[in-house]
Design a binder for this molecule. Structure first.
Ligand code: CTP
Length: 413
């Protein structure tokens, strides 16, 4: 893929270096186009060395090659990180006074802008209007992260981690269209990762969930305009997604408590977490030792099924009837039935609206190797999610959720 990475003149320009690396390591052809002020933060030589290509800022370099037209026309993806308030204003105004803005006018591929600026600038009506304008033209403007800005300031306006921007940009390239703001005003709760059930102060029962699918769902929902709370168990040290409120929990019971707290105000609840079905009946106050007092066995007790509990609460009217509840199932087929047969039975049993089904282990043997998963609806619908990244899968699940919300008026507005 031919990728143009634009870099605006802000302190976050240094983070663009990691982004450039992610693309080159992924085998993509990268051209970096900084603004003149970006070069105040990161030198031209760094961008040239990282991308392996020459770096210009103005439209009068390399004139016979007409780069101000050609780079945009030939690009498969343009990512601008960081996009400063000034750069956003110039893009919104349709200016073409440097190589980056000229390239953005000639590009017809997906364009992703990742803003970074002080909170006051981000919230200023001029910037707000510029974001609306560029979004209206089909450009994806990433929601900035909250947190530490330059110096001691904190607030919204931080550039998301380069890995986040990379994942989103790749999703856009896969979808080949902008992310619609179709969840704007909606409240979405996503659980992700695995729970750990303690046995003593140093041991636990856990699982191998990476949390990646749930994090991808939270990220995509937030970038489609939702107000997202991510209830996260243990993951492979994933960074908090930008523009998402993250509540960290450890055990199934803590996750249940957090879900119960946020569920009544939610339009959508997605249970992507790998919740432990059992926990040790007692937690030893001190480390269990070998020897005379060692236990013969470890009694386990059942944890509540959070998903089934949510469906029950909706039936009882404790949460709104219009709340869309999504479950996940990892299935293997066996001699008694294939993956979809088991998944349909699970959907029925759990009573949720949508079930995201992944075939695991020997699942691929059931002549389904073109598919990475399915989405089953309580209305009997069944669609293949197809192969693709977890981000693409997340965006297809969100497409289905948006479809369900469209037919169910929200009780929360
Ligand atoms: N889940 C939950 N609470 C639990 C266990 C699971 O909410 N205590 C949710 C998961 O987040 C997921 C779905 O239920 O959305 C998975 O269902 P589950 O029956 O746990 O799947 P498996 O563990 O695959 O179950 P089984 O072994 O019965 O097939």
């Amino acid at each position: 893929m031919r990728v143009v990475i634009g870099v605006g003149g802000g302190i976050a320009a240094y983070k663009s270096c990691s982004l450039i690396r992610s693309f080159t390591e992924g085998g993509h052809h990268v051209r970096v186009i900084p603004t003149e002020s970006a070069l105040e933060f990161v030198g031209r030589a760094t961008f040239e060395a990282l991308s392996g290509n020459p770096v210009h800022t103005g439209v009068f370099s390399d004139v016979p090659e007409v780069p101000h037209v050609r780079l945009g026309q030939e690009a498969d993806l343009v990512v601008v990180a960081p996009a400063t308030a000034d750069l956003l204003a110039r893009i919104a105004g349709g200016r073409a006074d440097d190589l980056l803005t000229a390239t953005l006018l000639t590009a017809r591929c997906p364009v992703v802008l990742a803003p970074a600026m002080h909170t006051e600038m981000w919230e200023h009506p001029a910037t707000v209007a510029n974001v609306v304008t560029v979004r209206g033209r089909g450009v994806t403007v990433v929601e900035p992260a909250s947190g530490r800005l330059t110096g001691s300031d904190t607030g919204a306006g931080r550039l998301p981690e380069p890995s986040e921007i990379f994942a989103l940009a790749m999703l856009l390239a896969e979808r080949s269209d902008a992310l619609p703001q179709d969840l704007s005003g909606r409240r979405v709760v996503v659980t992700a990762g695995g729970t750990r059930e303690p046995l003593d102060p140093v041991r636990f029962l856990g699982n191998r969930s990476s949390g990646k699918q749930g994090y991808a769902l939270a990220r995509v929902a937030a970038q489609r305009g939702a107000d997202v709370t991510l209830i996260a168990g243990f993951t492979t040290e994933l960074p908090d997604p930008a523009a998402v409120d993250v509540v960290h929990v450890k055990t199934a019971r803590q996750m249940q408590e957090a879900v119960r707290k946020f569920a009544p105000d939610s339009d959508v609840i997605v249970m992507a977490a790998a919740v432990a079905d059992f926990r040790p009946a007692t937690i030893a106050a001190s480390k269990i030792k070998k020897g005379a007092d060692e236990p013969d066995s470890i009694p386990l007790v059942r944890n509540d099924d959070i998903l089934a509990g949510l469906v029950e609460s909706r039936r009882n009217g404790d949460i709104a009837q219009a709340t869309v509840i999504v479950g996940f199932a990892a299935e293997t087929g066996d001699e008694q039935g294939d993956v979809l047969t088991y998944a349909r039975a699970k959907l029925e049993r759990k009573g949720c609206d949508l079930l995201v089904v992944n075939a695991v282990g020997e699942g691929k043997a059931f002549e389904v190797d073109d598919n990475d998963g399915w989405l089953l609806g309580s209305d009997g619908s069944e669609s293949a999610l197809g192969e693709g990244s977890k981000a693409l899968l997340a965006s297809r699940v969100v497409d289905a959720v948006v479809g369900m919300l469209a037919i169910q008026p929200s009780d929360h507005r």
